[in-house]
Design a protein around this ligand. Structure first.
Ligand SMILES: [Zn+2]
Length: 388
């Protein structure tokens, strides 16, 4: 099996290919933009173009180098991404254990290139992995003229604010990159990168894909029927990665649908005239594992934007089709003003920061719904000690 073709991002491809032809391609790039739009796939495309034996504005796709790259087996392409920390490994062993885990994930990607990747929070890019990367960067390329290092989801270099060691180790490489070395970082949260790392990379924004592109990808690459592809692409918000999370897995579970509905429950409880609804919802969360809330909060951002769209009289702009009905049924006397949503988004962002610090989810949700009620309904001020 090989990687699926890159879909969309034609303008970015053309720009990168021309820069390569003109010799002006920066040696360190940061591809940033929404999650799941194909930033790492674009980085791998770039690597393929750089390693191709007869490149033009696209890699040829059939030379030995292209075949190795598409099979994720090119010795001069090194693709790093967040991994779960192997249990019981420390010191020198940790580096080896992480390399083993990386090989396992690469093999999984080779066998099942199209699959939903849940980025759960105990994943990180650890110091030991960056030390491995740096050692390799000091060696000469095996086949071609250069080595390419892709670091996907680079914000995981700093899993928590107090642990920037991996990011600092990468910074040393960015400060004095060995010749014949290129680095391509990708991130959907570039604000979480160290500013010193950001300032040493050339940023390129990679935006959402048109809904039609996501739909065609699902039909052609994932073998989804046209009707399902249409419904899923409407929820995908221009992200193929997100669209894949709205397809049922082997057990028939639709991973992102659960999160989407949970986010709508949070909005419903925040709009309810009965404050008890919000507390009951908070208590339905587990008392530990705050980091697992981060992805839910990303869905809550979207649901709040939808509230703003409906409040502004543009329900057709809402991504969640249930939102207008939900607001009507909430039964509160006050209708939220569109600008209230901005305050809500700030509250969600504060909550997300606390969730990364692994605060008790019940407390976080109780505090958050208090803040949301305060902004949306002008009441239900958050209890003491809450995130606000
Ligand atoms: Zn080629």
């Amino acid at each position: 099996m090989t990687l699926h073709p890159l879909w969309g991002h034609e303008a970015e491809r053309l720009m990168l290919a021309r820069a390569r032809q003109e010799g002006t391609l920066p040696s360190t790039l940061l591809l940033h933009g929404p999650r799941g739009v194909g930033k790492q796939r674009l980085a791998l495309w770039m690597a393929q173009l750089l390693l191709c034996e007869s490149p033009e504005e696209e890699p040829c796709g059939c030379c030995h180098s292209c075949r190795l790259t598409l099979g994720l087996q090119h010795p001069d392409l090194h693709w790093h991404f967040p991994l779960s920390r192997p249990k019981g490994a420390s010191g020198d062993r940790l580096g080896e254990a992480l390399e083993k885990e990386r090989s396992r994930v690469l093999e999984q990607t080779r066998v099942t290139p199209i699959r939903f990747v849940h980025l759960a929070s105990p994943f990180g890019i650890y110091l030991a992995a960056i030390q491995t990367l740096r050692r390799r960067a000091q060696s000469r390329p095996s086949m071609g003229n250069e080595q390419i290092f892709v670091v996907g989801n680079a914000e995981a270099l700093v899993p928590q604010e107090a642990s920037p060691e991996a990011a600092n180790a990468l910074l040393k490489l960015l400060e004095e990159p060995p010749t014949q070395t290129r680095l391509i970082l990708t991130s959907s949260e570039p604000g979480r990168l160290l500013s010193t790392v950001r300032s040493r990379t050339v940023p390129l924004y990679v935006g959402r894909l048109p809904g039609e592109t996501v739909k065609r990808f699902l039909e052609k690459e994932a073998g989804v029927d046209a009707a399902t592809a249409g419904g899923v692409s409407a929820l995908a918000d221009g992200s193929i990665g997100r669209a894949l999370g709205f397809l049922p897995d082997d057990e028939g579970v639709v991973p992102l649908e659960q999160l989407r509905l949970r986010a709508l429950e949070l909005v419903r409880a925040s709009l309810s005239p009965k404050q008890g609804d919000a507390f009951a919802l908070a208590l339905s969360f587990a008392p530990t594992g705050g980091r697992s809330l981060v992805e839910l909060l990303n869905f809550l951002d979207q649901a709040i934007r939808d509230v703003a769209a409906v409040a502004a009289g543009a329900p057709e702009r809402a991504l969640n089709p249930e939102i207008a009905d939900l607001m009507q049924r909430a039964g509160s006397e006050n209708t939220p003003h569109p600008t209230d949503a901005a305050k809500c988004l700030a509250a969600v962002e504060r909550c997300r920061e606390l969730a990364r610090g692994n605060v008790n989810p019940q407390l976080l949700i109780a505090g958050l719904t208090g803040d949301l009620r305060h902004s949306l309904l002008g009441k239900g001020q958050s209890p003491e000690g809450s995130p606000s």
